[in-house]
Structures are given as C-alpha cells and as structure tokens.
Design a protein around this ligand. Structure first.
Ligand code: IMP
Ligand code: MG
Length: 180
C-alpha cells in the first residue's frame, strides 16, 4: 500500500470484478447498437480503459475535460477545457466518470450532452458518493457506492498525484495537510 494512504477501500481484484460486471451489463442493455463512451478526463482514464475491454459491442471513444468550481459557495459553474472530437447527434452516449460526488459536474455534462441531440445518454460512474449530493442526477451504471471519504487511485487524484495506483485508497490526513 502507498505510504500516504490510511487504508485500501477497494482492492484491485474488487475493482476488476465491479468493472467487468458493468461492462457486461452495458453489453446486454445495448445489444445490437453502437455505443459512444464519453470519458471525463482525467479521472476516467483507468476505469474507461478497463470498462471498454468488457464491452462486446461496436464502441466509439471520445473525451471531454471540464473544470468545476465547487467549494463552499458552490455555483456548479463548469468550464469546458477540451471538447468532443466527433458529433454525437443520433448516438447512444454513455458518459464515463470516476466519481459522482456533489453531482454538479455530471449535471452539467448531462445538460450539455443533451443539447447535442444524441439518441440516448446515460451515466456510468465507477464510484458514487451519495451522501454529498447537491444535484440529483440519474445514474444508470455505478460500480461502487462509497462513504464520504476522500479517495485516490485508479484514476482519481489529489493535487494531480496517485492516479496510477491500481486500487482505491483513503488518503491520510497528514498527506492532505502536508501538501496544501
Ligand atoms: P462533483 O461535481 O462534486 O460530483 O465532483 C466530481 C469530481 O470531483 C470528480 O470527477 C473528481 O474529479 C472530484 N472528486 C470528488 N470526490 C473525490 C475524491 O474522493 N477523490 C478524488 N477526486 C474527487
Ligand atoms: Mg473527475
């Protein structure tokens, strides 16, 4: 385990099993269709790469990068830093996120995606932190529901670090304070 972590919340094996299950569910739900996975960078990367390998359908990949300004006086203002490469008009879109926390980022992503007139749009998140929700967003696919703890690994970062850890862990308080 990385020295900055207090515990491993989801092991490599549990991640693999959860992601496989989601991929198989998507494969069944979209049988005969082509899906467009829209990954929300950068947190989606490890999850999306593994998920895509469990989807047995014709699949397109595209990405967006957004920055959110949350914090105390949350307005849910989201800015697009990198936009889709291809049109998604008429497509079956699945937005792939690392975690839905307040839900404000996903609320924006959904509203934004709908203006592009896809045939359908659903949300697929690795982690769901329901206790912190400010905006109710419909989550069709979620691998793990977690308590209100700050987690890193498997794509999730703190100050840009820890994304490469192959498991999800809880950061030590000292690692948070020491780096602020
Ligand atoms: P939301 O808009 O509050 O739902 O926030 C979503 C984004 O916040 C995620 O895509 C993450 O980048 C970040 N985030 C929320 N909780 C955590 C966490 O526990 N660890 C790392 N990033 C987090
Ligand atoms: Mg993110």
């Amino acid at each position: 385990m990385h020295k900055d972590l207090q515990e491993i919340l989801i092991s490599r094996e549990d991640l693999a099993a959860g992601v496989k299950k989601l991929g198989e569910q998507i494969t069944r739900d979209y049988a005969g269709r082509t899906v467009t996975l829209v990954g929300v960078l950068k947190g989606c990367t490890l999850f999306l790469a593994d998920l895509a390998r469990h989807i047995d359908l014709d699949t397109r990949l595209d990405f967006m990068m957004v920055s959110s300004y949350h914090g105390e006086h949350s307005t849910g203002v989201v800015r697009i830093l990198l936009d889709l490469k291809e049109s998604v008009e008429g497509s079956d879109v699945i937005i792939v996120e690392d975690i839905v926390d307040s839900g404000l980022t996903m609320q924006y992503m959904l509203q934004n995606m709908k203006t592009r007139l896809p045939r359908s749009v659903e949300v697929c998140t690795l982690l769901d932190k329901p206790s912190r929700r400010k905006a109710q967003v419909p989550i069709k696919y979620s691998a793990f529901s977690i308590p209100d703890k700050f987690v890193v690994g498997y794509g999730l970062d703190y100050n840009g670090i820890y994304r490469n850890l192959p498991y999800i862990g809880v950061l030590k308080e000292s690692a948070i304070q020491g780096k602020n």
